[in-house]
Write a protein of this length. Structure first.
Length: 337
């Protein structure tokens, strides 16, 4: 069934009515229902008059009369939202003429938690800042970020997210950082997986549950508590954080107990997000230096760590030389303010 812009349609799975606001190729459209937009396959939609026609046929039968005692009581159910975390949803947009060719990726940040977040989003292409967005995302809502051209996957894209909960609870971290590097091979693999499952989108999970202070394995880090105030004033630049990280160990077993069930990509994302959070802490405390333990291995983590350090303005220099404690498996970072 073919739909046009402005058509009123009905969702088969929920019975809701909405309006077609964008055509996403031959097989999909974007529908708006009560102010919310989302992609839907054409075969999951129909025109509302189909349902009305069926209702008219049912009404031709003489209804059975019921007494007041026979009428069942209506069960009123309150809507309960399930918190599943925050994730980046990616919707492939196919070329209008060549339906097998992807022209762009629509990026949405989805907040399935009860918290309001301040969001800072940065897009890098070939290590150069292309886009920066500062905004907010409400609880149980989604935020459209941009249309990312599929051909830009060749430019080593990286997305950085900085989330600050505005109504945070006492044991929640003051902020959360996540860094995602899109690689063409991984994106195509995810697209193939969702197509085989007849789904429209695929996602990258930023977190399922917002990290708490107790989530970090603090026994593996050296902490000093020289300051008394709790928060960091980003406007004035006053360093008033409590936790000072002098040594950060990025080995997976130091960051999570569930590392054996994670694939290599997820582990790397966790390591880089942990590094960025630690850098924010160090800069907030105006530290002079910090040691980052990345190990040797194949050198992938080391390269990614150095790439982030190179792009952090407050990092004056970093040194990776042999040390009797770590060998060549650690980099010492020096800051300048």
């Amino acid at each position: 069934m073919k739909f046009e812009l402005g058509d009123t349609v009905r969702l088969l799975h929920s019975g809701e009515e909405g309006e077609v606001v964008e055509l996403l190729g031959r097989k999909m459209v974007e529908v708006e229902v009560d102010g919310t937009r989302f992609p839907v396959y054409n075969d999951q939609l129909e025109y509302p008059y189909y349902e009305r026609f069926r209702e008219m046929r049912k009404q031709k039968k003489k209804p059975k009369k019921l007494s007041g005692e026979d009428i069942p009581r209506e069960n009123i159910r309150s809507e309960v939202h399930q918190e599943t975390g925050v994730h980046l949803s990616v919707l492939p947009v196919y070329h209008e003429e060549e339906i097998e060719v992807v022209s762009a990726l629509k990026l949405y940040l989805v907040n399935e938690t009860r918290f309001l977040y301040e969001i800072q989003f940065k897009e890098f292409l070939n290590q150069c800042l292309e886009l920066e967005i500062n905004t907010e995302i409400r609880p149980f809502s989604r935020l459209y970020i941009k249309d990312f051209l599929f051909e830009n996957l060749n430019d080593h894209p990286r997305f950085d997210f900085h989330l600050v909960p505005k109504n945070r609870e006492k044991n929640m971290l003051r902020f959360f950082d996540y860094s995602l590097k899109l690689k063409a091979k991984q994106v195509i693999k995810k697209m193939t997986a969702v197509e085989s499952g007849k789904k429209a989108i695929f996602s990258y999970i930023l977190f399922k549950k917002y990290p708490l202070h107790s989530d970090k394995k603090t026994k593996d880090w050296n902490f000093i508590v020289p300051l008394e105030k709790e928060d960091y004033n980003y406007q004035s630049g006053n360093a008033i954080s409590r936790n000072v990280i002098e040594e950060l160990d990025l080995h997976a077993e130091k960051l999570t107990d569930n590392f054996r069930n994670m694939n290599a990509t997820d582990i790397l994302m966790l390591q880089l997000s942990t590094l960025q959070s630690a850098l924010h802490e160090a800069i907030a405390n105006r530290q002079y230096s910090m040691i980052v333990i990345h190990g040797i291995g194949k050198g992938i983590l080391k390269r990614e760590v150095h790439a982030i350090l190179k792009q952090t303005p407050e990092v004056k220099r970093y040194v990776n030389q042999h040390d009797f404690r770590y060998g060549f498996g650690a980099t010492e970072v020096f800051f300048e303010y």
